[in-house]
Ligand binder design. Structure first.
Ligand code: IMP
Length: 430
């Protein structure tokens, strides 16, 4: 039994982390987001209602769970306020004390969003394909000690002083990039609104977490994006600007690594990627289209079509290594129904040489050709199956092959969009 589990994406994001976290929330006392920002879009479907969460942890759809936004998250106050209002209108988050926001989380300011978009335009065909949510420029400022933290914004005088220090330089950059400088007074006025709506959520989340953990409460650490989008360990430069791997849970929430009991990696039964960058198992033809359509593979934040392809076990083994995965959840297995044969990438060929690890250079990865193993598919509708043994034998074999490649158990399988459409083999918390 584990008390503290990190949930991470083991591919390029969009693995279905939101629904798995929603599923596990009744077993925990708190859920903590620790990195990324409103570039994430965690989707949970309950009945006919689809909720997309960008900043608020995916535990929010269960009352009684404390949701925390840790210091490692970059926080766009406008997006957060809209999200909180949306949740209120759906009857969630009735008790404001159940959302605690770290005073040390850095703010995504309107100039960050503008710089992000202008840079992408300038890059043209060399663009990263960012979500345009200002994520990179905010993390840049954090590292350059030019950032404005949530706690700074709460004190009007401190906020003004910080803005006076950083805004002139930001505006010069915006002008160089061809944009419109941001007006200091307008920003001060906007911040009045943020302060009124958000100040009661401010907390020392590291301290709060410590109290929770030391009194034996169970905590789920919610990762955003995915392993190969990690700023250090991903397919640089086609990555996001935070560390997305499990180790980031500690830095981004203020706990030590010794409190983490398990790391649950989420993998989709096939692979998707939004934005630019190498993707060895991408299928540009009929299969890619079929996966995109059947899996409704559109970005939850930008609405962009996701690129689709076969399951890649090189990426899975890499994710196991850099995250220290101890268990897996396999999502969207139902999307593969009717595709026969199924292919699993078991290695790459790089300049004629067979390799079974992810090359550290993005240029090398671009030249990698996938080596596939074919497996028979299935035609039966599996969306109402709730026991592993009741799945068709070929479906069981496909999951077992993923388990065998990873060398760790599969704890959860999702077989449909709706909350109940899953097979729980072993709840990590019980
Ligand atoms: P950024 O995080 O907006 O700077 O975008 C950098 C790259 O990460 C782009 O390729 C985005 O499409 C990708 N990305 C960022 N957030 C997500 C996510 O939540 N899911 C999938 N891809 C993402």
């Amino acid at each position: 039994m584990s008390n503290n589990v990190v949930v991470v994406g083991a591919q390029w994001g969009d693995e279905g982390k939101g629904r798995i976290i929603d599923l596990l929330t009744p077993s925990v006392d708190a859920v903590v987001r620790y990195q990324g920002g409103a570039n994430a879009g965690h989707t949970v479907v309950i009945g006919d209602t689809k909720t997309i969460l960008h900043l608020v942890p995916s535990g929010v759809l269960h009352s009684g769970c404390l949701c925390m936004i840790g210091n490692g998250v970059v926080l766009d106050p406008d997006v957060l306020i809209d999200e909180i209002e949306g949740l209120h209108s759906q009857g969630y988050l009735k008790d404001p004390r159940m959302l605690a926001i770290s005073r040390n989380a850095h703010l995504v300011m309107p100039y960050h969003r503008q710089i992000d978009k202008l840079r992408e335009e300038k890059l043209g065909s060399a663009r990263i394909g960012t979500t345009g949510r200002g994520i990179g420029p905010t993390y840049e400022d954090k590292a350059a000690r030019q950032g404005i933290r949530f706690g700074d914004m709460l004190d009007e005088a401190v906020f003004k002083r910080r803005l006076e220090q950083v805004l002139p330089e930001k505006n010069r950059l915006i002008e160089i990039l061809g944009g419109h400088p941001v007006d200091m007074n307008a920003l001060m006025a906007e911040a009045d609104g943020w302060r009124k709506r958000l100040s009661h959520h401010a907390a020392d989340t590291s301290l709060l977490l410590d109290k929770y953990i030391s009194s034996g409460n169970k905590v789920l650490f919610e990762g955003a994006q995915g392993t190969v989008l990690d700023i250090d360990h991903g397919t640089y430069p086609f990555v996001t600007s935070s560390n997305t791997i499990a180790g980031s849970a500690c830095c981004g929430s203020g706990v030590g690594p010794t409190v983490i009991d398990d790391v649950l990696g989420i993998v989709k039964a096939y692979t998707t990627r939004v934005g630019e960058g190498p993707f060895p198992t991408e299928e540009k033809g009929r299969i890619g289209e079929e996966l995109q359509l059947k899996g409704k593979e559109f970005g939850a934040t930008t609405g962009r079509k996701r690129r689709c392809g076969w399951f890649d076990s090189v990426i899975l083994k890499y994710a196991k290594r850099v995250n220290g995965l101890t268990m897996l959840a396999v999502t969207k297995l139902d999307v593969l129904t009717g595709i026969d044969p199924l292919r699993i990438c078991v290695g790459y060929e790089l300049d004629g040489v067979r390799i079974d690890h992810l090359p550290s250079s993005g240029d090398d990865l671009k030249r990698c050709e996938p080596v596939y193993e074919d497996m028979p598919g299935w035609r039966e509708d599996i969306s109402s199956v709730r026991k592993f043994e009741a799945l068709p034998k070929t479906t069981q074999n496909y999951v077992n092959r993923i388990r065998e490649i990873a060398g760790i158990p599969v704890s959860i399988i999702s077989v449909g969009y709706e909350r109940s459409a899953h097979i729980m083999l072993k709840n990590p918390f019980s």
